[in-house]
Design a protein around this ligand. Structure first.
Ligand SMILES: Nc1ncnc2c1ncn2[C@@H]1O[C@H](COP(=O)(O)OP(=O)(O)OP(=O)(O)O)[C@@H](O)[C@H]1O
Ligand SMILES: [Mg+2]
Length: 442
């Protein structure tokens, strides 16, 4: 470059001297200038050719090294490329993090192009639909007629709900959302649990309405009769007694519902205290004898002094429900036995009766709200079908296990197994044991 520059300067000086008439080297000056200009063009051409060659390489290598002005230009390009590589690296890392996060989503996500070919899918979509690779049409993986119809209809305001092969018993909602550049996002969500919850909620509302409507119809019928028909005093009393019975049923229903909702919302640990199960069972057995009014032989066997860490009112309610059931579903003359024992540190409370028993197929559903083996019979005896649901919730809150053994016509046994951690020696007994322990001199 220095040579070219020198040639150009010398040529220019000779030309000026020739023009001023100082030297007569005009031909030499032109020759030197032309040589300089040609060298300059050749120099630039070489660099342009090298740059052109470099730009055609599949993976960008280091830029050719230049000198002079070209050196500065190439140096700037090189710096710009390094900066760009750093930024691109950052973007790639960012993209990788984003993919990893999207892969953790439980919903399936598939990016579709304008021809509904898979462009990208997350792990959940690959698991749910068996998608692998890209560029295959989505209907290659999702062949359900409902979905194909949904795709064809081109109306994506609502999702389509369907079950998928290999995902037995589960329901999925699939929805297409438009994104940028005619790309679309296919979202697949497992809505089995939400559906189930919604079903439970609907059943619950229907059950409560039904349970309240039945006594209400009876009450309003009798009230109308009392208002419209003249009847003797005894007859009126009989009607009022029937009304009273129905209102008691409604009151019990509301009470049980409130108990259930408080069991679901309250925090056990905050309210837990030492509950002496033996004395509690004695009291409840005495109450059951009153309810039975001598129709059954009712016995209690308290073999353990241990208490349970829990909520007294809840344990009272659970045991009372078990005893009420035993009385209610045991024909006159039958026997009922309740016991409290500690076996291998576990507290076992059992209520056994010689009643009508329960067929095996009903056992798994017995603790569902409003579930009754014989609706008519239970209602006749004033049952709302919430008793065992309460027992189950109390058991769950005390980490206890409810076990049911029953045989039709022979009788039933309901057992609550309290875990070791909650079964404790009462403080009163612990303290007196400590007092009677021999003192050792230190
Ligand atoms: N000891 C038992 N012997 C036979 N059947 C029983 C016994 N305990 C419960 N059942 C059956 O289980 C069903 C559910 O019992 P649950 O205590 O939940 O409701 P309920 O007794 O009908 O009403 P309530 O809400 O007043 O207790 C009963 O309707 C009855 O059919
Ligand atoms: Mg009951």
């Amino acid at each position: 470059m220095v040579v070219v520059r020198t040639l150009l300067i010398v040529g220019a000086l000779l030309l000026v001297a020739a023009v001023l008439g100082l030297l007569d080297y005009s031909a030499t000056a032109v020759w030197v200038l032309v040589t300089g200009l040609c060298s300059l063009i050749a120099y630039d051409t070489v660099y342009l050719a090298r740059l052109h060659h470099w730009s055609g390489l599949p993976r960008k290598r280091e830029l050719p090294i230049g000198i002079g002005a070209w050196g500065q230009i190439l140096d700037r390009i090189s710096r710009f490329m390094r900066q760009d590589a750093i930024e691109r690296g950052d973007t790639a890392a960012e993209l990788e993090r984003l993919h990893a996060a999207v892969d953790l989503l439980p919903d399936g996500l598939v990016v579709l192009d304008r021809f509904d070919h898979v462009q990208w899918s997350n792990r959940a979509a690959q698991r749910i639909h068996g998608i692998f690779g890209t560029r295959r049409p989505i209907d290659h993986f999702v062949r359900q007629p409902e979905f194909l119809e949904y795709l064809r209809a081109n109306n994506f305001s609502e999702p389509v709900a369907l079950s998928l092969p290999g995902q037995q018993g589960r329901v999925f909602a699939m929805k297409i959302e438009p994104t940028v550049d005619a790309y679309r996002l296919l979202i697949t969500r497992d809505i089995t649990d939400a559906n189930l919850l919604e079903q439970v909620r609907r059943d619950f509302v229907a059950n409560v309405s039904h349970e309240i409507r039945t006594p209400l119809t009876v009450v309003s019928g009798f009230v109308e009769t009392l208002m419209e028909i003249e009847m003797p005093h005894e007859e009126q009393i009989r009607c009022l007694e029937l009304i009273k019975r129905q209102t008691v049923t409604m009151e019990r229903l509301v009470e049980d519902l409130l108990t259930l909702s408080s069991l679901e919302s309250a925090n056990l640990k905050a309210e837990a205290s030492e509950v002496a199960i033996g004395p509690l069972l004695q009291t409840l057995i005495a109450d059951s004898r009153v309810v039975s009014a001598g129709r059954h032989k009712i016995e209690a066997s308290i073999e353990a002094v241990e208490s349970v860490m829990g909520v007294s009112s809840e344990l009272d309610s659970a045991i009372r429900n078990l005893l009420t059931n035993a009385v209610r579903y045991t024909p006159d003359g039958g026997s009922i036995a309740a016991s409290w024992r500690v076996v291998n540190g576990e507290g076992v409370l059992a209520v056994t009766d010689t009643g009508i028993g329960i067929a095996a197929e009903h056992l798994p559903r017995l603790t569902e709200r409003f579930y009754r083996v014989d609706r008519g019979r239970s209602r006749d005896t004033g049952g709302t079908g919430l008793g065992l649901a309460i027992v189950k919730h109390v058991a769950q809150r005390h980490q206890a296990r409810l076990e049911i053994d029953s045989r039709i016509g022979v009788g039933s046994t309901f057992r609550l197994h309290f875990p070791k951690a909650l079964v404790i020696m009462p403080t009163r007994l612990r303290q007196s044991a400590e007092l009677t322990e021999p003192q050792t001199d230190s």
